[in-house]
Design a binder for this molecule. Structure first.
Ligand SMILES: CCC(=O)OC[C@H](C)CC[C@H]1O[C@H]2C[C@H]3[C@@H]4CC=C5C[C@@H](O)CC[C@]5(C)[C@H]4CC[C@]3(C)[C@H]2[C@@H]1C
Length: 395
């Protein structure tokens, strides 16, 4: 038995009784990814052309369809890209408090794409225990911005790890003064016993717009309603989610494959989205020498090189350098001023600070979603754009 499978076997036994913080659990080197969790928000706009097309659509009924389509385009990168590129899901680097990641989406060289302007990502680890990443993606030319935050709680069973996400995303379209609340799907890690973990989505997530339109998405994997992995269904309605009316549109398919949309009034069915359509945009991060010491790829350089080498001793040596520096910072803060987020501010989820979160999450009613099921998120995180504009760290 190769030592990888042996250590995987003991690793699985160790997590069966594990009740700690999933992000900080020690895992065998071959399951470690050299990528920090602060990089994951980049998957929200892997197709910036579809993101900006939302702001260019004048009809609100077509806009909710475009928002739902754009949301579906984000899922393959978010939840399946490690699997597709590295052969299995991997354990990302656990970001330190204040870690920053930023970059821009550019048309890939040579692809004849129209000029949609710059789409910028700013992401920051606003909490270490529990791990919470706050992020914003904005395109000033199109007048569309997304801000969100995401934490996760894991539950362990012998054969899979359940992961509930805490947080949500808000999209704002300036032209129409329109807001969308997007809740996050529950996921679990399958394939653990067969030594090839991968993410499967489950349950429901929702999109609720101030226009009154809403989308109810439900997910399933192999052996469920469609039998195929990474399946989803969605219904688009005019009323708020809680009134059960006949939907305007029904969508179904695979978020890692193709999906079809049916107009329930006319019965007409057509292709909704094909996720294998080639991504025309690459995400670019400035060169290491121009990066701030808190930016992920600079901060984790030595650790990610050690992970690529599979050199466990070097990984833990380089990791403890970062952890010790963080401990010293926390001690200094106890003595002096507490840590402050560089680009985000925490706010009370019950108080409307103009982003319509209270109105939109209320219209979701008691539907199970990560905004309101269980204890509402202790606090929401919001992007402060002028902190970025006036700051010295730029994408
Ligand atoms: C034996 C246990 C085992 O299989 O361990 C190997 C597993 C890869 C360990 C669990 C890790 O799995 C990773 C999957 C990560 C989520 C993937 C996608 C997202 C969406 C993104 O928008 C927010 C973050 C989130 C939820 C990631 C959170 C961290 C997850 C669960 C990693 C686990 C530590």
């Amino acid at each position: 038995m190769s030592n990888n499978v042996a250590s995987w076997g003991s690793f699985i036994k160790s997590i069966a009784s594990y009740s700690g913080d999933l992000a900080s659990m020690t895992a065998p080197p071959f399951i470690l990814s050299p990528v920090s969790l602060t990089e994951y928000p980049q998957f929200w706009a892997e197709h910036p052309d579809i993101f900006v097309a939302i702001a260019e659509e004048a009809d609100p009924e077509k806009r909710i369809l475009l928002v739902t389509k754009w949301f579906i385009t984000t899922l393959r990168g978010q939840y399946a890209s490690r699997n597709e590129q590295l052969g299995s899901e991997k354990k990302p680097l656990n970001p330190f408090l204040g870690e920053i990641f930023m970059g821009k989406y550019q048309p890939a060289a040579g692809t004849p794409t129209r000029d949609i302007g710059e789409t910028i990502l700013v992401s920051e680890q606003v909490s270490h225990h529990p791990p919470i990443t706050a992020y914003s993606i904005f395109n000033d030319k199109a007048g569309i911005e997304l801000q969100g935050f995401s934490g996760f709680k894991a539950s362990f069973s012998a054969a899979s790890i359940g992961v509930k996400q805490v947080g949500h995303a808000l999209v704002y379209i300036k032209e129409y003064d329109e807001h969308y609340l997007i809740t996050l799907p529950v996921l679990h890690i399958e394939g653990i016993l067969s030594f090839a973990p991968y993410v499967e989505l489950e349950g429901h997530s929702f999109i609720q717009s101030t226009s009154g339109y809403s989308a109810d998405l439900s997910y399933s994997g192999k052996g469920y309603f469609s039998g195929k992995k990474n399946s989803f269904k969605a219904t688009i309605s005019k009323s708020a989610i809680k009134q059960e009316g006949k939907p305007l549109y029904s969508i179904k398919g695979q978020w890692t494959g193709t999906s079809m949309v049916k107009n329930e009034a006319t019965g007409k069915e057509e292709l909704f989205y094909d996720s294998k359509s080639t991504p025309q945009y690459t995400f670019s991060v400035k060169p290491l020498e121009e990066q701030h010491e808190y930016e992920s790829r600079k901060a984790w350089l030595k650790v990610s090189e050690a992970i690529k080498l599979g050199d466990y001793d070097l990984i833990s040596k380089e990791k403890s350098k970062i952890e010790n520096a963080q401990r010293d910072l926390r001690k200094a803060e106890e003595a002096g001023k507490p840590w402050q987020s560089r680009f985000f501010v925490a706010c009370d989820p019950r108080v409307n600070n103009g982003d319509k979160y209270v109105e939109l999450s209320t219209s979701l009613g008691n539907k199970p979603n990560s905004c309101t099921n269980g204890a509402p998120s202790q606090q929401n995180w919001r992007f402060v754009r002028e902190k970025y504009d006036k700051g010295e760290i730029k994408a």
